[in-house]
Ligand binder design. Structure first.
Ligand SMILES: Cc1cc2nc3c(=O)[nH]c(=O)nc-3n(C[C@H](O)[C@H](O)[C@H](O)COP(=O)(O)OP(=O)(O)OC[C@H]3O[C@@H](n4cnc5c(N)ncnc54)[C@H](O)[C@@H]3O)c2cc1C
Length: 596
């Protein structure tokens, strides 16, 4: 059976020493997240993940969700009780608006707790995770009456939320949505159509489910310009807030899928269901983007979380499993063989995962802090700069953390040899569960296109210019630091590759857009490596500062080794990405369709 220990100390080190999060203490909610409160919240979040959620991970996978003849869905044993504990503990509304019962803590605190929950049980964590996204969309675009009606119950976790975009003929291309919305005399709309693959679409955890549904109002323009967003509760809510009749939405079936079995993935049939417009007619994508962006960061965290739990179990196994002898002579001669941790190739796999995880966690926190600043800073210039960074980094985080998160789950499985392929060790579940994160919330190919097609050129490249300036500024600022210098030199060389790649795109994509499409995956991963390299540089600086203050320990030394490993063995991939993307689209586009 796999185990999990939430990385509380590592996270606190990042927040306090690397990012000095208290410099944001003028932002609303930050005063409530003083270092002792933060540590207490993280420790509690770790406890609920380790003690309540993790024990249900394997049983939830084996049992899955069951749909009954009446369309109701039962979640795996223990989920309902665990959800009650989770909701009553205030975890759903941790960073939500106090006006609706939330605790108003910074967004980064909720992000950390979601990493812990995802590592422990990602299928479970999706129920509150989607609710948080739906709350954000309603908060940003709902009217006052809608907010009063839905937000208090959702914030308290008494009702969950879903997002309904996908239809059988409509996945990535939302312009193909067919679900219809017919205006009614009472100001509501009758929603008719079928949505597929709806996560948490039906379940037994709460008394009501609030669906946010994209549909087309009769007579609306074709394509994405004619899409509106509606709030459609499973059970209608009376004026006094009590629950009334069942609405015309039902679960037609649940999918039998590769992983996340504890989360119900539903076909939802809307048969004239009552819905209410959010955010104006034909403005649906604008409103839904709040939820989608929130969900993209949430999915990026899933990638990291599964990489982390897979690493922890693989590292423990490598210390225990005896096979073969060290190439440099027996390390445990009294035993029949050495632990496999002595083998360089096993260490390579473990270090690749961990060197990614620690920097990826920093990358997530850096972005989550930008999200807090973008939403809460009183200074318009700071809000704009943070929003630029958030927009630029969101596709990189989603695409890179989930691609590499999955690859790392496979690597950790490899450390187990054949035992990794066998159910009881739990490693194959991590692989299966990690796979979906590369697909939903915009498949990763779409994240890469979003980065090169929208985020780079936006506002004449303002966000990417600021990103380059920040990293170059850090390198210049620290150029005389002899301790840091060896760690900065590789970053300095690699950022040149990203600059060249960006110039290549500027030169070659406008006249031949396939060049952008063909380069996008490599560009996104090159960008991700630079972001991770920058995170390592900042981590090393914080470690060296601590050591200079006389605070030395094995954990800090390990970070220096991991940074060196990242620079020697992972960062050089930027060169390969640059070479590949500069090859252009010609060969990729050469074969005619009949040639495939
Ligand atoms: C378990 C699960 C849970 C899900 N949960 C939800 C949910 O809660 N709500 C919801 O609305 N949806 C949900 N989805 C749907 C998911 O978001 C879609 O599957 C995803 O958006 C991709 O759509 P598609 O499957 O139709 O693939 P397609 O759009 O058909 O894409 C197929 C492939 O082509 C690529 N592609 C498509 N267009 C382009 C392009 N223009 N340029 C380059 N490449 C392109 C894609 O990247 C992908 O690799 C879920 C799916 C699954 C499997």
């Amino acid at each position: 059976m796999p185990s999990y220990k939430a990385p509380v100390a590592d996270t606190l080190f990042l927040l306090n020493d690397v990012f000095d999060y208290q410099r944001f203490s003028n932002l609303p909610g930050f005063a409530d997240a003083s270092p002792d409160v933060l540590e207490a919240v993280l420790s509690e979040g770790a406890k609920i993940a380790e003690e309540e959620l993790q024990p249900l991970n394997r049983t939830g996978d084996l049992e899955g969700c069951v749909r009954h003849a009446d369309g109701s869905v039962t979640t795996p044993k223990g989920f309902k009780e665990a959800y009650k504990t989770y909701a009553e503990g205030g975890w759903v509304g941790l960073a939500c608006d106090p006006a609706y019962g939330g605790q108003g803590l910074p967004h980064f605190v909720a992000t950390i707790c979601s990493e812990f929950a995802d590592s422990a049980n990602v299928a479970f964590a999706m129920y509150p995770g989607l609710t948080q996204g739906a709350i954000a969309a309603l908060q940003a675009h709902g009217d006052d009456a809608q907010k009063q009606r839905y937000l208090p119950k959702m914030t308290a976790g008494q009702w969950t939320g879903t997002m309904n975009l996908t239809e059988p003929q409509c996945g990535t291309d939302l312009g193909l949505i067919k679900t219809r919305a017919a205006p009614q005399a009472d100001g509501s709309y009758a929603i008719t159509g079928q949505k597929i693959f709806i996560s948490a679409g039906e379940h037994d955890l709460t008394e009501n489910i609030v669906h946010l549904v994209l549909a087309r109002i009769e007579g609306a323009p074709a394509g994405v310009k004619g899409i509106s967003l509606f709030v459609v509760p499973k059970i209608l809510v009376r004026e006094d807030g009590s629950l009334g009749e069942r609405n015309g939405v039902s679960c037609g079936s649940i999918e039998h899928k590769m992983g996340i079995h504890g989360n119900s993935t539903c076909v939802l049939n809307y048969d004239g269901a009552k819905g209410w417009l959010i955010g104006g007619a034909d403005r649906g994508l604008n409103a839904m983007f709040v939820m989608m962006n929130e969900a993209r960061l949430g999915v990026a965290v899933q990638g990291l979380a599964l990489s982390e739990v897979a690493y922890q179990n693989a590292a423990a196994y490598a210390k225990d499993r005896l096979q073969g002898r060290s190439l440099s002579g027996a390390k445990e001669p009294s035993k029949p063989a050495d632990p496999i941790l002595v083998h360089p190739d096993v260490r390579r796999m473990l270090m690749e995962i961990r060197a990614f995880n620690e920097a990826a966690r920093a990358f997530v926190l850096w972005t989550a802090l930008a999200s807090d600043e973008a939403r809460r800073s009183p200074d318009p210039a700071a809000r704009l700069a943070a929003d630029d960074r958030l927009g630029l980094l969101t596709p990189v985080l989603k695409g890179v953390l989930t691609d590499v998160g999955f690859a790392n789950a496979v690597k950790a499985q490899q450390v187990f040899g054949g035992h990794g392929y066998i159910g009881e060790w739990g490693m194959e579940q991590f692989v299966r569960d990690a796979r979906i994160a590369m697909i939903y919330e915009g498949a990763n190919g779409i994240q890469a296109l979003d980065l090169v097609g929208r985020k780079l050129p936006k506002d004449s490249g303002r966000a990417v210019t600021a990103f380059f300036s920040e990293i170059s500024g850090f390198i210049v600022e620290n150029k005389d630091d002899v301790g840091l210098a060896p760690y900065l030199a590789p970053l300095k060389a690699s950022i040149g590759h990203l600059q060249q790649a960006t110039m290549w795109l500027m030169k070659n994509a406008p006249a031949a857009p396939d060049n952008a499409g063909a380069a996008s995956n490599d560009y996104m991963h090159l960008f991700g490596l630079i972001a991770l390299g920058y995170m390592w540089a900042r981590i090393v600086k914080a470690v060296l500062t601590r050591k200079a203050q006389g605070n030395s320990n094995g954990q800090l030394d390990a970070k220096l080794t991991l940074a060196k490993f990242f620079n020697e063995r992972m960062l050089p991939e930027t060169g390969a990405h640059l070479a590949r993307l500069s090859a252009g689209a010609a060969t990729i586009m050469e074969l005619p369709a009949a040639g495939f």
